[in-house]
Design a protein around this ligand. Structure first.
Ligand code: TNX
Length: 525
């Protein structure tokens, strides 16, 4: 009998040893010469040695409950009892989120630079657990010293083209947390729907959140089916989501699009357009000529009032104001826009767009916020304090960094997660083919930049435009496994990255997706 137990323990231990497949790869990972495993059971305490670590403990317990069906007791002291000790260590990494971790016979010790670091240590611990449901969970003995490479590690979600319920947005935020990422860019307004309640302008959600057509697209069979489709988040729900994210050390970055991609707002309040309308919430994807009128002061008043309601909901120091894909046709035909150009000595409509963005920047700066805009905001002159999101390749980001502006890299050919990731993709996608390997091999700091200019690259972000993602399962199918690849690009020291090694660890990661009940693309290559 004794022998059987010994053999069982031996296999359990060896098995757990083999399961050290952490994504993103930690900066330093050491396995002891004599392998072993600490076993977590429902009796193992979580010991809060440091104060203010309730959030990491709660996340750990929520995860255990959801995946393995049990939780652990949370205590302040446990004497000599082995357990999971959450604490702080003095670490002087410049970017928040560093942690140390040690697993031995005494249990698991996690020491973060602050609660964020301890939280990331917990994320690593979750990846040391078995990828099948069990009631005793071996954790291999090891030592880790880990810290993030970039300060901005983002994932975006477009909720305009398709609308997703609060429950899914929370799940999405969990995915971000599980990958040690820290920004959720919430694309709340676009031509196909306005998705955030604004009390001063009720028509934005009464009319602007609804369109005639459940699915949108130009491909055969995806056009208008005339069924009313839409939805929006109340301010109460927004607060709930922002709070949910904060408990996971994630900042929610709201995006209110201007001056283009404005059909939903124009439908709700036609005076905001150059012609006065009528307009309609769009039923297909694309770029539309009717945009916010740049010659009308009441447009600026409207946008300031909208932002006055948006800002208190989002503690983020950044507010994203779009700026992409704004056709200039309606401004060319609009006497008020032409007059504005003459009065302000603007030589073309690009400069008028720059005037628009700069005027909004001034307002947001006066409220203590920094604007982020898509790389089109470079055209006609960059607003003085703007951060640029480089999406049409890397050139916009390079240009902005050279002009001494901060940059977030989101180049389409690497990190657009709406592109298909399988060579033979049956479902409809947009934008081309970007396999997981391409995302993995992305390097956010362009070679063209000097050391000083490189400091402006805050990080990168995966963008998830949902023209062809009509439900949550399709979103998961599109983002996984590429989000796992992106997390390593953003977190791990560049010299630690290796596609061959990642590909092996990804096998285990796919088992975790299954454990989470998450859809993913299984034919990525
Ligand atoms: C361009 S990326 C857009 C989006 C579309 C996307 C489709 C960007 C700033 N604008 O409006 O959804 O292409 O890939």
């Amino acid at each position: 009998m004794k022998k059987v137990w010994f053999i069982a323990f031996f296999f359990l231990t060896i098995n757990s040893y083999a399961q050290v497949n952490i994504i993103p790869q930690p900066a330093e990972l050491k396995m002891p010469e004599s392998a072993g495993a600490f076993i977590i059971t429902a009796k193992t305490p979580i010991i809060l040695e440091g104060s203010g670590l309730e959030n990491p403990a709660r996340f750990l317990n929520d995860y255990l409950k959801q995946v393995y069906g049990f939780t652990l007791p949370v205590v302040k002291k446990a004497g000599a009892t082995p357990g999971i000790r959450l604490n702080f260590d003095r670490l002087d990494h410049p970017i928040p989120g560093a942690y140390n971790m040690e697993v031995d016979a005494k249990g698991v010790y996690i020491g973060g630079d602050n609660a964020t670091g301890t939280f990331y240590g917990v994320q690593t611990l979750l990846q040391l657990l078995p990828t099948t449901k069990a009631s005793s969970l071996p954790v291999a003995y090891l030592t880790i010293k880990d810290y993030p490479r970039f300060q901005y590690r983002g994932l975006h979600l477009d909720v305009s083209r398709h609308f997703f319920p609060v429950s899914f947005v929370k799940r999405y935020i969990d995915y971000i947390a599980l990958h040690k990422m820290n920004y959720f860019h919430w694309h709340l307004t676009d031509d196909q729907g306005w998705r955030i309640e604004i009390k001063k302008y009720p028509n934005l959600t009464k009319a602007g959140a609804w369109r005639n057509g459940t699915i949108i697209g130009h491909h055969p069979g995806t056009g208008n089916d005339s069924i009313r489709y839409g939805g929006f988040y109340t301010q109460k729900e927004v607060k709930e989501i922002v709070d949910y994210a904060a408990k996971r050390y994630i900042t929610v970055l709201p995006e209110i699009e201007m001056p283009g991609h404005a059909s939903a707002a124009l439908t709700a309040y036609p005076y905001l357009g150059c012609t006065g309308g009528p307009y309609e919430v769009q039923q297909t994807w694309g770029v539309f000529n009717e945009v916010f009128c740049a010659g009308n002061d009441s447009v600026f008043t409207f946008l300031q009032n909208v932002l006055d309601e948006v800002m208190p909901l989002f503690p983020s120091k950044y507010v994203h104001i779009g700026g992409d894909e704004c056709p200039k046709e309606s401004w060319k035909k609009c006497p008020k826009c032409q007059k504005r150009m003459a009065v302000n000595k603007l030589k073309d409509e690009h400069e008028l767009q720059s005037y628009f963005i700069q005027r909004m920047e001034k307002y947001l700066n006066s409220k203590g916020k920094t604007i982020i805009g898509w790389d089109e905001i470079l055209e006609g002159g960059l607003a003085p304090n703007a951060v640029v999101m480089s999406w049409r390749g890397e050139q916009g980001g390079i240009e902005a960094a050279k002009q001494d502006h901060d940059v977030i890299m989101t180049p389409g050919n690497y990190v657009y997660l709406d592109h298909s990731q399988a060579k033979k993709e049956d479902s409809l996608t947009i934008g081309g083919y970007t396999p997981v390997k391409e995302t993995y091999e992305y390097e956010p700091v362009p070679k063209e930049l000097s050391a000083a200019e490189s400091k402006h690259i805050l990080g990168a972000q995966g963008n998830v435009w949902t023209e062809y993602m009509a439900n949550t399962s399709k979103v998961e199918y599109m983002i996984f496994p590429r989000v796992s690849a992106l997390s390593e690009v953003l977190w791990s020291p560049s010299e630690k990255r290796s596609w061959n090694d990642f590909e092996k660890r990804l096998q285990e990661q796919c088992k975790r997706y299954t454990l989470w009940g998450t859809n993913y693309n299984k034919t990525f290559e």
